[in-house]
Design a protein around this ligand. Structure first.
Ligand SMILES: NC(=O)c1ccc[n+]([C@@H]2O[C@H](COP(=O)([O-])OP(=O)(O)OC[C@H]3O[C@@H](n4cnc5c(N)ncnc54)[C@H](OP(=O)(O)O)[C@@H]3O)[C@@H](O)[C@H]2O)c1
Length: 324
């Protein structure tokens, strides 16, 4: 089968297309024929081995796992003798987490890992595309804060993977949503439900005195320092990006401040919490309450181009690799 193999940390050129042996499922495993996978910001960070503390999980001097890729949608092609939750021919969505392996034609996973049934109304591309941004956004908006109807929520980086899901989820929870993006993405975020749009290239937030209950800086570009003036008295600034000032703030300023900064590494939570989020996301997709924004679709052969594109930091929603 075709697989992407990496033997070192580095730029997109470390991703090599190779022929590898098709796996055979053990008694508790399903063999999934992968239809589509995604190029997430996490996968590009795992490729470079940065930030360096991430290497504690991915390998100190070189990647521990040879085939990257953490999210996939596919069809169950075979099952082990003890498998009870899945049947041959069923469409599934899966997150492989640090085990990776999604940049390939086939993968074997235990039926007890992060696998859910794919709703019939969406494509494999839409299914894999929502896993990272959707799961991260729902975790932040339901665990770090609890959005109530009428809350004023600002989403920075609204045109990205997390941002495009966060707009839709915040609207679903009844919030009034202000999206911050560049002018070229204004129509996209309005289509996703944003009530108001601010252009970050024109510093429209800096010149705005409105107060928000939650500011979700999905791309970590705003900083608590700049966001603070727009937070209501007990407002919360959420970020999925850990930087040194963020850590210092959480340790030394948060305990004394009514306005809080919250960070979470949602992918490192327990499997039952992540599974609950994936099931919620899948349910929203099935009920047409959430849609996956797809920017570009590449093939496995074009994986280096796909990574270069994601590295640039300007994707709209999600970048997909169509495998089958
Ligand atoms: N902590 C966690 O659990 C967790 C989980 C998943 C991801 N993450 C991290 O979260 C971050 C965001 O991930 P993502 O996949 O959503 O990002 P992404 O899709 O790559 O974000 C790209 C989007 O950000 C916009 N953008 C770029 N610079 C901006 C700025 N200065 N202000 C506002 N928008 C800007 C771009 O719009 P323009 O083209 O208009 O610039 C583009 O649409 C990444 O750093 C990722 O590693 C953390």
């Amino acid at each position: 089968m075709k697989s992407i193999i990496v033997n070192a940390y580095g730029g997109p050129e470390v991703l090599k297309l190779k022929n590898t042996e098709k796996p055979t499922p053990k008694s508790n495993e399903v063999l999934i024929k992968i239809q589509a996978t995604s190029v997430t910001r996490a996968s590009t960070m795992m490729r470079t081995g940065t930030p360096y503390f991430g290497r504690l999980f991915t390998g100190i001097s070189k990647p521990k796992v040879k085939t990257p890729g953490t999210d996939l949608a596919g069809i169950v092609e075979a099952i082990g003798a003890e498998v009870t939750n899945f049947q041959v021919g069923e469409k599934v969505i899966a997150a492989t987490d640090l085990k990776c392996g999604a940049y390939a034609e086939y993968i074997c996973m235990s039926e007890n890992e992060m696998i859910v049934h794919q709703p019939e109304n969406i494509s494999a591309e839409e299914a894999t595309g929502i896993v990272d941004g959707g799961s991260t956004a729902i975790a932040f908006l339901t665990e770090q804060v609890t959005i109530k109807a009428g809350d004023k929520v600002l989403i920075n980086g609204a045109s990205g993977s997390i941002g495009s899901a966060a707009i839709q989820l915040a609207k679903e929870f009844g919030a009034e949503v202000t999206a911050v993006c560049s002018g070229k993405n204004s129509s996209l975020v309005k289509e996703l439900g944003a009530d108001q749009v601010l252009d970050y290239t024109k510093n429209e937030l800096a010149n705005n005195s409105e107060q928000f209950d939650v500011i979700f800086d999905t791309v970590g570009k705003l900083s608590f320092r700049k966001a603070k003036k727009n937070l209501s008295v007990k407002g919360v600034y959420l970020t999925p990006v850990m930087e040194f000032p963020t850590l210092m703030h959480m340790l030394f300023i948060n305990p004394f401040s009514k306005k809080k900064l919250k960070f979470a590494a949602t992918g490192l939570r327990k499997q039952d919490q992540r599974m609950r989020d994936l099931l919620k996301i899948t349910d929203l997709l099935a009920n047409n309450k959430l849609k996956t924004v797809i920017d570009k679709v590449y093939t496995l052969e074009q994986i280096q181009d796909a990574h270069k594109y994601v590295d640039a930091g300007h994707k709209r929603g999600n970048v997909i690799i169509k495998v089958a």
